[in-house]
Design a protein around this ligand. Structure first.
Ligand code: HEM
Length: 339
């Protein structure tokens, strides 16, 4: 089912950690696939502990802040959408920087990436890129929420550009389905990828800020989005009252908020999508068909692997490899900039 240019080894949640541990101990990686110039096990000689260090930092951070997996999963999307997956989102260069773009509001987890980078610099100085840490952390985040464990091709190099104006085209909640499809297509992602990747909203939360229009100003007369299930609407409104605190957060998947599963797609079918861009996936013939294809029993068992493949595909957008870019010393600044 789904995009499948290669067959990816994928592991169930139970055995994933053990396999990950054994692979990092023995430096053996299952004969992987390579995509572009990225490849699974890129650091197996130069920094064999790279993946296990990232995993342990992510795990630890999740224990102290349960929001961590959702933040890290979202971060990879926002990294890849601007300048390609090159860690540009991590650069902290003030008001003119990419991080300050409207579409990047609410991003977090930067401290987790910084911590992993600091540990990696101690063990293998100048080897592991920040952009690879983002991709690995997103994978670990999915796994920690009972999602699939998948192999992440690595070998990305970090970009040197962070510019707020380059982030103007990030997909936004209020975009029409046509615009969402076209923004994904511009990055080489299909309608199927749009649905699968939006299903990342199976975990995590949104601020009321992002659903205000949907609740109180969707139609000209100030009505709500008619796609919202009538039993669900009052619950959403109670959480996010008109002119209430826009920073209050609510789960993107109100049914199984803690678990990575296919429920988010059922929610979309049932009018229980929380943000508008998720709801719009059921308005369009092509994306509706994809949503429906994962809801049945056969589809839902393919969901984990297909999601993982879409993540790998997203992780390949505009990557810098070889002599392009650099390996940043710290993730928040490009090399050579005085701290
Ligand atoms: C289709 C276009 C997308 C739009 C318009 C969109 C929009 C949003 C918005 C508005 C939020 C709430 C942010 C906040 O309040 O902090 C959010 C959260 C989130 N998004 Fe997306 N998103 C999209 C696609 C994706 C993709 C492709 C991924 C990852 C593969 C992703 C992962 C997440 C996660 C995990 C959260 C929860 C973050 C948290 O709990 O802080 N999103 N998204």
């Amino acid at each position: 089912m789904g995009f499948s240019p290669f067959k990816m080894p994928i592991y169930s949640s139970k055995c994933g950690l053990i396999i990950m541990f054994l692979m990092s101990l023995c430096c053996i990686h299952p004969i992987g696939f390579s995509q572009g110039e990225l490849r699974v096990g890129f650091y197996s000689r130069t920094c064999p502990q790279a993946e296990s260090i990232v995993s342990s930092v992510v795990r630890e951070a999740t224990l102290s802040n349960p929001r961590t997996p959702a933040l890290l999963l979202r971060m990879q999307f926002h990294d890849c959408m601007v300048e390609g997956c090159d860690g540009s989102i991590l650069i902290d260069n003030g008001n003119a920087g990419e991080r300050m773009a409207t579409g990047n509001q609410g991003l977090g987890g930067f401290d987790v990436i910084d911590k992993a980078k600091a540990m990696l610099e101690r063990v293998c100085k100048g080897v592991v890129s920040c952009s690879d840490i983002v991709a690995l952390a997103a994978r670990d985040a999915v796994f920690l929420r009972n999602g699939p464990f998948y192999q992440v091709p690595t070998g990305r190099r970090d970009g040197r550009v962070s510019d707020i104006s380059h982030a103007a085209n990030i997909p936004e909640v209020g975009d029409s389905i046509q615009l969402l499809k076209s923004k994904f297509r511009q990055k080489g992602l299909s309608d199927r990828d749009l649905v699968l990747l939006s299903a990342a909203h199976t975990i995590g939360t949104t601020a009321c800020f992002f659903i205000e229009t949907r609740l109180y100003n969707f139609t000209q007369g100030g009505g709500s989005d008619p796609a919202i299930n009538p039993d669900f609407l009052p619950k959403l409104k109670a959480k996010c009252p008109f002119r209430g605190d826009i920073n209050v957060r609510l789960p993107l998947d109100p049914v199984t908020e803690e678990t990575f599963d296919v429920q988010i797609l059922r929610n979309i079918r049932d009018g229980l999508a929380v943000i508008e861009s998720d709801a719009r996936l059921y308005d369009d013939r092509a994306t509706k068909r994809v949503v429906d294809s994962y809801i049945g029993q056969r589809g839902s068992s393919a969901f984990g692997q297909d999601f993982a493949e879409a993540m790998v595909k997203m992780g390949n957008i505009g990557v810098k490899t070889g002599s392009q870019g650099e390996i940043r010393r710290i993730c928040t600044a490009v090399n050579g900039v005085p701290l």
